[in-house]
Design a protein around this ligand. Structure first.
Ligand SMILES: Nc1ncnc2c1ncn2[C@@H]1O[C@H](COP(=O)(O)OP(=O)(O)O)[C@@H](O)[C@H]1O
Ligand SMILES: N[C@@H](CCOP(=O)(O)O)C(=O)O
Length: 309
């Protein structure tokens, strides 16, 4: 039996729409992500468990894990009968890369079980394709950090999909999921089809500046560059209380604050644990909307998908 855990991720990280992503894990040691197990069997089966199992499509063939198995078998050229189990611990439509967690855990588990027939690059291509089926277009900013860990920049040139960018070890990433669902496909559909030239120039300056600041170890400059002019101005309307929660987070000591992926999860960066705790308190009191919501203080997860058993 093979069991793989795949962590939550922050798509875009404000400044890199579709091209920057970060994997995160709570500092209290809890596992914020999905697990997929694969066992030998006579015929294929998929069992689903976990806190958010009731939010999955009722038709098992609509489950992205089933589609992972199907595409994996097609790619390796043989049907591999297995019993798969998905532990759905990530809320669906959360902006925490929930579908990416399932895709990455399922494909890494199948590849491990089958004796590694696919390379890292081949797996990433499949992950992007499957994520694209759900969100409406291929983007690697959740699957790449979820699989490889850390802060990842999508390159998609010269046979390289993604490479890691050095982040700042002192940063805490406070993640607040309010408990409501936002569909990534819908949050992508409301974005403009075209942007003004001035916005394109500014976006290039911000993203280039952020990556430069990471490599030259200028944390303050990196924070100043973390501005989202591509998605946040349009998506805020989908996120009740986001603007106020951001103001409260910044007032409580956060250095930067933005939408995680397409939301509704908000992330805030702090450089001390005491600031992260104060921001957490504000978000628990003012951003959560129901019992399903939660706030975690996280660090960058530099490992990515890993074997638990
Ligand atoms: N294993 C799965 N995990 C999450 N979503 C799934 C899964 N299988 C199918 N789905 C469907 O994918 C959609 C969620 O995708 P998306 O809005 O991109 O979520 P997220 O932002 O959390 O990745 C929902 O319609 C959900 O029913
Ligand atoms: N770059 C994507 C990221 C979507 O992340 P998700 O966690 O909401 O699926 C986008 O912004 O659309």
């Amino acid at each position: 039996m093979v069991k793989i855990y795949a962590p939550a991720s922050i798509g875009n990280v404000s400044v890199g729409f579709d091209v920057l992503g970060a994997a995160v894990s709570p500092i209290d040691g809890s596992l914020l992500g999905d697990c997929v197990s694969v066992e030998e069997a006579e015929t294929f089966s998929l069992t689903t468990l976990g806190r958010f199992v009731s939010k999955l499509p009722s038709d098992p063939e609509q489950n992205i894990v089933y589609q992972c198995w199907e595409l994996f078998c097609e790619t390796v050229g043989r049907t591999i009968p297995v019993a798969m189990t998905l532990e759905k611990n990530m809320p669906v439509g959360s902006g925490l890369g929930s579908s990416a967690c399932s895709v990455v855990a399922a494909l890494v588990a199948m590849n491990e079980f089958a004796g590694h027939p696919l390379t890292e690059h081949q797996l990433l291509l499949l992950m992007g394709e499957l994520e694209g089926r759900i969100s409406g277009s291929v983007h690697y900013d959740n699957v790449a950090p979820c699989y490889l860990g850390g802060l990842q920049l999508m390159l998609e040139e010269q046979g390289i999909i993604s490479q890691s960018v050095p982040a700042f070890d002192e940063w805490y990433w406070v993640m607040a999921y309010p408990g409501i669902k936002v569909s990534t496909a819908e949050a992508r559909a409301i974005l403009p089809a075209h942007y003004a030239k001035a916005d394109i120039v500014r976006h290039g300056r911000l993203l280039g500046g952020f990556i430069h600041a990471c490599h030259s170890r200028q944390a303050k400059l990196a924070i100043a560059m973390m501005q989202d002019i591509v998605a946040e101005p349009y998506r805020t309307q989908l996120l009740p209380g986001f603007a106020q929660a951001r103001e409260r987070s910044l007032a409580a000591g956060a250095l930067a604050c933005g939408i995680s992926g397409s939301g509704p999860t908000l992330f805030a960066i702090c450089d001390t644990l005491s600031a992260a705790e104060q921001v957490k308190e504000q978000l628990v009191n003012h951003y959560l909307q129901n019992d399903e919501g939660f706030v975690h203080i996280c660090r960058l997860d530099t490992t990515g998908a890993r074997k638990l058993g």
